[in-house]
Design a protein around this ligand. Structure first.
Ligand code: NCD
Ligand code: ZN
Length: 335
């Protein structure tokens, strides 16, 4: 329920990893230029569908999103809703993450749009970090809850909000205590690691993502939320491919690629937490229910079998370093 598919040749390189494991995904609109209109979202949807059709074995439905800007108009929300193809509007605080340069500078500028979304029952998908450079990078999510999220949910109580890729115990507590209109996605990498993994014996850019990994106390709170059976918490990988050269650079990009082993990673996490029985609802039921989509009827089969993750994957003529590169996985998906 949160995925970066990129575009063009890059999209064609990564799409089958997701389509092999998931029947659908909420597709992020942070392309360059961003997907700010229904027309652009429909065109992007067409490009994904054509890439899928080129590989007839793949059954996968992209669920499109719009990118919110300071100047998004309420009429765009009506168009998006009427399209039947757009399932949410993404709020990136300007300059908070990859291609968020056109994001929202002040959410107050979008209040008319949020009101329209509340009326149209169009979910708001939130990148929950303040873009205030004075705020410590590890506190950006916590501060966002107080400064932005609480005021929005108070002003628009019927607006459905997905607090995406949560990373802190404060976020878990906020979501638990909020109304039933507030849900959250949790990535595999935030369930696997705390921030130490970025700095063990040197700096490891392939563990750098936004929101950045946090302390162990937060890591544990996320695991507890994911296995709790609380329907407010559901799967969203935030798999975000960047070529190896752009990650291993003097100003490396944020994003971790997990699509090649996404459900297998979650299976490992749930197994280690003694909660394999809770995986299906977290992965397949709660997200669909929150988005008011029918649950899928098909199933996938995971077996306990070791396989090795390649050091690199092909990514439009460049290399892509996947999570677990050169290491092994304990769960395998059966085709
Ligand atoms: C994402 C990307 O690369 O598009 N990066 C990331 O670290 N998660 C953007 C985002 O979701 O913040
Ligand atoms: Zn993302």
């Amino acid at each position: 329920m949160h995925l970066h598919l990129r575009d063009g040749e890059q999209m064609r390189a990564v799409l089958s990893d997701t389509a092999r494991r998931f029947a659908r995904a909420i597709v992020m609109p942070n392309l360059n230029p961003p997907v700010i209109t229904t027309e652009l979202a429909l065109a992007y949807n067409g490009r994904i569908s054509r890439a899928l059709a080129a590989n007839t074995k793949m059954q996968f439905k992209p669920l499109m999103t719009l990118y919110l800007t300071d100047s998004t108009e309420t009429s765009e929300i009506m168009k998006a809703k009427a399209s039947g193809v757009i399932h949410g509007v993404k709020f990136y605080p300007a300059r908070s993450t990859t291609y968020s340069y056109a994001g929202v500078t002040d959410i107050a500028k979008c209040f008319a749009v949020l009101e329209a979304m509340e009326q149209q029952s169009m979910p708001l998908l939130v990148h929950g970090e303040v873009n205030d450079t004075e705020v410590d990078v590890f506190d950006k999510e916590k501060i966002f809850i107080d400064r932005v999220l609480i005021p929005i949910t108070q002003r628009f109580p019927d607006l459905r909000v997905i607090f995406e890729h949560i990373t802190t115990k404060e976020a878990v507590e906020f979501v638990k205590g909020a109304s039933e209109n507030i849900g959250a996605t949790i990535t595999a990498h935030h369930l696997l690691f705390n921030r130490n993994v970025m700095f063990q014996g040197g700096i490891h850019p392939h563990y750098y993502c936004l929101p950045v990994l946090k302390r162990e106390v937060h890591h544990l709170a996320l695991i507890e939320a994911a296995i709790s059976g609380n329907p407010k918490f559901f799967l969203g990988t935030d798999s975000a491919p960047h070529s190896k050269n752009t990650k291993e650079s003097d100003c490396g990009c944020a994003g971790i690629y997990t699509s090649h082993a996404a459900i297998e990673l979650y299976a490992e996490i749930f197994e280690q937490a003694g909660a394999l029985g809770k995986l299906e609802e977290f992965a397949s039921f709660f997200g669909a229910d929150f988005y008011r989509l029918p649950r899928n009827n098909d199933s996938i089969t995971l077996i306990k079998e070791r396989w090795d993750v390649p050091m690199e994957l092909e990514f439009a003529g460049k290399a892509l370093v996947p999570l677990r590169a050169g290491e092994s996985m304990s769960w395998k998906i059966l085709d």
